[in-house]
Design a protein around this ligand. Structure first.
Ligand code: DGJ
Length: 757
């Protein structure tokens, strides 16, 4: 166990925060926090302080009116306040009736065992003995603003939780128009590249790597949710860093509303990276005695490439973010009704799907949208959370009983943060939606967003959802959110404070999530926002899994799940086999490649199972059977991306140019599963060797192909070994690789089991 440590040197002039193999050093320089180093572990010396380069460059301004010997222009700052010398974007902007610029300086520090708790916000869970925190206080006594910056370091991790709290200790109102969760400079070490996840509905989390050039780049969301467009996670790495080697830094915000990451490269090759809540238009009024707490940022470092960074974040998310009672707990195979019948179903249809689901070997039957009030399309009833018993052929408890009789749990879809204009809830409370007084109500998917910043709205919704979830034995809830906020406003706020509405909405949503999930701790909640529109470390603090996309096409899913996999482990990614032609892309693929893609996350099905050909049904049923034996490895083992085209020959002529592959490894038991798929079949393909990773070189592995696989190489493997298995050394599997003989149809995907002998 690596205990977290924080060393204070030079009487509080230098702080050394030690992760399991990293060092982060912060200096106090004329009251400004400097980030001297964040990277591999070394023992800093107090002499570093004397070497800080602060001589004013030509054409610059000095920060201290009484001392022209130094300027902040070239310093590497941590959470930079607005400064005269350094003119990159400050970490925050605060003004008051007394001061148009508020620029506090370090006025104190402390270290302690434990971590700050954040009222109303999600934060990483830890026992006090597992963490240490350095807290720096920055104050501007004139303006009455005090900031607490804290850095929490965890045992066995190189992730640091960064927190910022603003306190108004004066007697005038302070207005915040920017309040980053973190902001720091990289000393000019390398030319840096950004890996971020961009997309849109049905194309979420496309990983992209791009060079950062001088100037400023911004990514974020002003949609009121973390969004499909960009995700509040990203990595920075030198151009030389690869999948498995070199340094990589990463950040993730535990926040589900508007956000921004900014990357600003200056003329001295200093890169300022900041991130936090709020888009353009954000503001927050801090009255005397009030506090504003920023969402937590998780900052990670690895010198084992992007893989090493992913490992860090996967482990951290599973251990410290998702609700503890779901940690390591097998996620059930579910069958969801959405793509099977959309809004158009009756009791008979539901019973048929449930019967087929049981025959398949699924464990949960999930009733998606369309089960309540007068909801037969997307135009009505959100808010009226009572069952349409005529459509369901009885109560929800009746349905739960029937489903239970088949050996399945019952799951249900809800979208509690919304209201349809055509609903009893809206007719009773037309003023409850999220619009500024007098502003038009803009609809999206024929629905409005409820103003969750208002306590009475939250209480009513909590009551309705509690009544629903108490009305039958539910094992699972899919919690959806199907439109962005648009132009949010709140009748609770005066005109000059409308910039708070979106932020307050997210705080209200967290209150709702917390209240409902803690009232029903045995229900498995899956988050969803028109697919993956709010998949972030904030929602995952309440919902242990997430529906990653409305695109269920297997080829699209490799990209979506591959991108998500940079920061999200497989145990949080919902992934379903669906019908062909696929409803989003029109593509038709065999059952094997569809299964291979869905094995990348939590396996589920979302199609009319009765329409499957017998052979495909049998294959899927066998796969479910196999999955149950291997799921703890697939869901919770170490997930390793395997180099195919990404790091191979980019000419397109490599045998892997159109392939994707990953493996799940459990180093302790020596078990692994390898999944490979050819995303674009070629005629007359050659064979290829897939190089595995993370095995023991000296060990021997028995390789077999699960019984359900009708994939490439399966018959060759059987022929080669007679018994259907063969043994190879870890070294051979990692260097020469596993031979794959691609074909077409089902032969474009294969699964291997490995067992160390
Ligand atoms: C969007 C979700 O992502 C879908 O899976 C489905 O639940 C629909 N909403 C239902 O309206």
């Amino acid at each position: 166990m690596n205990s977290p440590r924080i060393e204070v040197m030079a009487d509080g002039g230098l702080f050394h925060i030690q992760g399991s193999s990293s060092s982060l050093t912060i200096a106090n320089y004329h009251g400004l926090p400097l980030r001297l180093w964040w990277g591999s572990r070394f023992t800093p010396s107090a002499e570093a302080l004397a070497e800080i380069r602060s001589d004013p460059p030509p054409y610059s301004v000095c920060d201290d009116p009484d001392d022209t010997s130094w300027s902040s222009a070239r310093l590497h700052l941590d959470y930079a306040p607005p400064l005269a010398g350094d003119r990159k974007a400050p970490a925050f902007i605060a003004t008051s009736t007394k001061a148009s610029i508020i620029s506090p300086r370090i006025s104190g520090w402390r270290t302690y065992e434990g971590r700050p708790t954040l009222a109303g916000l999600p934060f990483a869970r830890a026992e006090a003995s597992e963490v240490r925190t350095l807290e720096l206080t920055l104050s501007d006594p004139e303006a009455g603003l005090e900031l607490a910056l804290s850095y929490t370091v965890f045992e066995d991790s190189d992730i640091i939780a960064h927190n910022v709290t603003y306190r108004n200790k004066g007697d005038s109102i302070i207005r915040l128009s920017r309040a980053s969760s973190f902001a720091f400079d990289f000393a000019p070490r390398h030319s840096m590249e950004l890996v971020d996840l961009e997309g849109t509905w049905a194309r979420e989390r496309m990983a992209r790597r791009s060079a950062l050039t001088p100037g400023k780049k911004l990514i974020g969301s002003n949609l009121g949710v973390s969004s499909h467009r960009f995700s509040p996670v990203c990595a920075l790495l030198p151009a030389t860093t690869t999948e498995a080697s070199g340094e990589a830094w990463g950040a993730s915000l535990e926040w589900s509303g508007d956000w921004q990451f900014s990357f600003e490269l200056d003329e001295f090759d200093c890169l300022r990276w900041s991130g936090g809540p709020g888009a353009e238009g954000f503001s927050w009024e801090l009255g005397p005695g009030e506090t504003f707490v920023c969402p937590e940022a998780l900052l990670g470092w690895s010198e084992e490439g992007l893989s090493g960074l992913s490992d860090q974040f996967h482990e951290f998310l599973s251990r410290r973010i998702t609700p503890p009672r779901w940690r390591g707990k097998a996620r059930p195979i579910l069958v969801n009704t959405w793509e099977a019948s959309y809004f158009d179903f009756d009791a008979q249809g539901l019973d048929d799907i449930a019967r087929q689901a049981a025959r398949l070997g699924a464990e949960l039957f999930v009733l998606d949208d369309g089960w309540f009030s007068r909801r037969n399309d997307a135009t009505s009833s959100l808010g009226d959370w009572w069952p349409n018993e005529a459509k369901l052929g009885g109560s929800l408890e009746d349905l739960a009983r029937r489903v239970d009789g088949l050996g399945l749990g019952l799951g249900i879809w809800i979208e509690p943060e919304m209201v349809s204009p055509n609903s009893d809830l809206f007719r009773a409370h037309p003023d409850w939606c999220l619009v500024a007084p007098g502003a038009p109500r803009h609809r999206g998917r024929e629905q409005l967003v409820l103003d969750l910043g208002r306590p009475e709205v939250r209480e009513e919704i909590k009551g309705r959802v509690r009544a629903l979830l108490s009305s039958a034995r539910f094992a699972y809830v899919k919690w959806d959110f199907n439109r962005p906020l648009g132009l949010p406003g709140s009748t609770l706020l005066p005109p000059e404070r409308q910039g708070e509405a979106s932020y307050r909405f997210t705080l209200g949503a967290y209150d709702l999530f917390k209240s409902i999930t803690s009232t029903f701790p045995d229900i498995l909640f899956e988050g969803c926002a028109g697919g993956g529109g709010r998949m972030d470390y904030g929602t995952l603090s309440y919902f242990p899994q997430y529906w990653a996309s409305d695109d269920t096409d297997a080829v699209a899913r490799w990209a979506i799940q591959g991108g998500a996999g940079l920061f999200f482990p497989p145990c949080v990614i919902g992934s379903h086999v669906s019908a062909v032609p696929n409803h989003q892309t029109g593509r038709s693929l065999g059952m094997m490649p569809r299964l291979a893609a869905a094995l990348g996350g939590i396996l589920g099905f979302e199609l009319d199972l009765a329409l499957l050909e017998a052979a495909d049904f049998a294959l899927a049923a066998e796969a479910c059977n196999w999955y149950k034996d291997w799921r703890s490895l697939l869901q919770f083992g170490r997930r390793v991306r395997l180099p195919t085209a990404a790091e191979g020959d980019r000419s397109g002529r490599s045998p892997f140019a159109d392939d994707a592959a990953w493996m799940s490894v459990d180093e302790a038991s020596g078990r692994a599963v390898v999944v490979w798929s050819r995303l674009r079949a070629t005629a007359n393909p050659g064979s290829a060797f897939l190089r595995l990773r993370c095995l023991e070189k000296e060990a021997t592995y028995m390789i077999s192909i699960p019984p359900f696989v009708r994939g490439p190489g399966s018959s060759t493997l059987a022929r080669k070994s007679g018994a259907g298995t063969r043994s190879l050394s870890g070294a051979e599997l990692m260097r020469r690789g596993l031979e794959i003989l691609p074909g077409t149809g089902d032969a474009t995907a294969i699964v291997f089991e490995l067992q160390r002998v």
